[in-house]
Design a binder for this molecule. Structure first.
Ligand code: ASP
Length: 409
């Protein structure tokens, strides 16, 4: 029996990406058509992903924690994950600030009079903290509030482990694993559509953000993209090589489908299912990816932190303000916190930029300067965000394996 050889999903996504750019450029003068007839198919695809992602995170974290069987082990992995996430994020803002300062002289002086930007949402640290904890069982699912879903799923999973004699749970965990398998299968079905999703999401963005709009902001965009690349190539390569024992080339190659998807969708949460698949193919353990990646898609945003660093310098320079060293340190701290509070959806990082600007007394209205091209910043920062999450899953898996081997031998 002859079977037709099918193109790998990553190749299909790549072709879709190139086609989207080509068709997008051709359609720059017909952007409205792309917006009304191509984008809706992208929206359908994104909706399906949004539909699956909340229950998927809930059950996959539970299944991951239950397979570890030991709350202390979950705590150990959680600690390693959070330390890695915080360190890489602080590093990311620093790179953003460094390059921002280096290229400050080349930034265009844009007029800052008549700018208005309404900062919205909660940008207060204490509010962000309180918002991690759900007050209703179903609302986190309705609002797609990932952090609350993670907390809820951890509490239930811990409770299941604790019912019993302390050695093994008295609760039959098979239904949870079955539920997890069903959701994973459904997700796999949805992901088969990702080439179509990528094309329909990216094409309208290219068509409506034609070269003209980018114009005066090209330099800032370029600096942000240089930082994204430097951070990914230097920090992640070194980390996966030294701590994870994976060659950087193999890592980035394996990550390509998720990278291309993140670039087109600008949503870490949307990329989560594909990211899990890529990280597992790269050797990360399932029980670890199912815990580390949903957490990362919610709190670890290195690309967003870089963007906030670069934009803070750019906005300051447009207003003719020179930031002091102490102000830069404040930015490192607030951008790290702000990126934790940023939701993994398109455009969220720009809202949190308000918190960073306010912390050093820069005018929040300055956000209006970069708002027009936010999507282009966003595509790059999301790509960095999800790559950082996957690097963590690979590294924590390798560290755990090393620990187990030491214990056994
Ligand atoms: N879109 C980004 C993400 O999903 C968040 C941001 O806007 O910075 O990771």
């Amino acid at each position: 029996m002859k079977t037709k050889k099918k193109l790998a999903l990553s190749t299909q996504i790549f072709i879709a990406l190139i086609l989207a750019i080509l068709v997008g450029v051709l359609m720059t003068s017909h952007a409205a058509i792309a917006e009304s007839y191509i984008k809706p198919f992208g929206t359908i695809f994104l909706n399906l992903i949004k539909w699956i992602v909340c229950p998927l995170v809930f059950f996959s974290i539970m299944a991951g924690v239950l397979s570890m069987k030991d709350i202390r082990r979950v705590g150990g992995i959680g600690l390693k994950t959070i330390v890695y996430y915080l360190c890489t994020t602080a590093f990311a803002v620093t790179i953003g600030l460094l390059f921002g300062n280096l290229f400050k002289g080349t930034f265009p002086a844009l007029a800052t009079t008549d700018l208005t930007y309404e900062s919205s949402g909660s940008v207060n640290f204490m509010d962000t903290l309180v918002n991690i904890f759900p007050s209703n069982f179903v609302k986190p699912f309705v609002d797609a509030n990932m952090l609350q879903i993670i907390v809820a799923s951890l509490i239930v999973a811990f409770a299941i482990i604790l019912i019993g004699d302390g050695m093994s749970s008295d609760v039959d965990t098979k239904p949870i694993n079955t539920m997890n398998d069903i959701l994973m299968k459904a997700m796999e079905m949805i992901l088969k559509l990702s080439p179509i999703g990528v094309f329909c999401l990216l094409c309208p963005v290219i068509a409506s953000n034609g070269p003209a709009i980018i114009g005066s902001l090209a330099k800032v965009l370029l600096v942000a993209y240089i930082c994204y690349i430097v951070h990914a190539v230097v920090v992640y390569s070194l980390a996966v090589k030294t701590l994870g024992g994976v060659s950087p080339i193999e890592f980035f190659k394996g990550m390509m489908p998720a990278i291309m998807f993140a670039f087109s969708s600008a949503s870490s949460v949307g990329t989560l299912p594909l990211n899990m698949e890529c990280a597992e193919k790269l050797g990360a353990d399932k029980e670890i990816t199912s815990f580390v990646l949903p957490l990362g898609a919610t709190i670890n945003m290195d690309g967003t932190a870089i963007y906030q660093g670069v934009c803070a310098i750019f906005i300051a320079s447009c207003y003719g303000i020179n930031l002091t060293f102490a102000q830069m340190l404040t930015i490192v701290l607030t951008a790290t916190l702000a990126s934790i509070g940023t939701a993994g959806v398109p455009g969220a990082g720009m809202v949190m930029l308000a918190m960073v600007l306010e912390s050093v007394g820069l005018p929040v209205d300055g956000i209006a300067l970069v708002a027009g091209v936010d999507r282009i910043f966003d595509m790059g920062r999301t790509t960095v965000n999800i790559t950082g999450d996957a690097s963590c899953a690979v590294i924590v898996s390798a560290l755990e394996r090393r620990k187990n081997r030491k214990r056994a031998g």
